[in-house]
Design a protein around this ligand. Sequence first.
Ligand code: ADP
Ligand code: MG
Length: 322
Amino acid sequence: MKFRKSLKILLLLSFCTQFPHLFAYNIDYMQTIINAEDNALKFIEELKGGARGKVSLVQDALGNKFCVKQYKIYDVDNEFGTVRAVLASIVAESLDIPINRVRIIPAHRAFAGKYFEGRVATLHTFVEGSLVKYLKLPYEVSIRLKYKEDMPTNKRGLTYPIIQSMSFHKDLPVIVAFDTFVSNSGRHRKNLFYNKQSDRFCGIDLEQAGRKPFDMNYSQISYYNMKELFQNSQFKLSNREKAALKLFHKTLKELIKKNPPEKFHTILDQLVDQTGFKKKGYFSSGQEIPCNVELYVKRYKIRISQQYASAQKLAAFLDKVL
Ligand SMILES: Nc1ncnc2c1ncn2[C@@H]1O[C@H](COP(=O)(O)OP(=O)(O)O)[C@@H](O)[C@H]1O
Ligand SMILES: [Mg+2]
């Protein structure tokens, strides 16, 4: 059994070396190293800079890099964040969206780079480049979807300034469409990389996807703002901005096509099983936090369906005005 696992790793490694461009997003390889006891991953260093996460850089025998992430604070919402992140990663995989890939490392699994034993963690593809926050780019990249109760509609969700930002690079409308679809409010400049060599952006940090605002989602919020914007007779998009919004729209429609809510219901159950959370009564197999996991998961399934219906409504509106 052990021999077969090692052989599988070797075969995958040789495949990855032959096709290095495919390696970064090789999910099979990630899952294999999570499952294998003898995966030869080594802890390299802690990556600082996140607010809530403990992130380690780890490396395999060939020098391929990954990140291992856990939350500093141990609570239900943070532990379930691992599941939200993998679900969002699966959405990104459906269209090859430039976002790091994420998989669950079960609570009981000893793993290089884990700070808190007995608690769930996530394995991430490593993103090369620099965080946008620390770069001087010739244009303003400000694409975070925001919502506060006291904000005017034109500052919530997809806004005109975000469309302006999106118009500067072809990756940005795609990333904003993804964040809208999975309802992710975390796309600030420390969760977005830019790689000068490849001239590509890539997002990280998906635990916020499908989390806040609790009773709403960003497709719905953006729909209200787009409706208000397009009703204003003074409002006019430049050709470049219009092209960016069209790419946003096209991406949103493709995400809708490839990610119906039913796809995630079974996956969600499987992910919760992988974490090691107990199904009833307690949340984790480590220090136990009381939580009815079944109820938590049931509510999240409803949320996924609501987000999907709102994305359809937003896409249908853009169909009419674009
Ligand atoms: N996949 C990754 N590739 C490269 N660096 C990463 C990756 N994930 C995290 N990091 C580094 O670790 C820091 C914190 O990670 P992040 O996931 O944003 O944690 P937090 O939830 O605390 O904000 C990031 O700012 C980045 O520097
Ligand atoms: Mg972050």
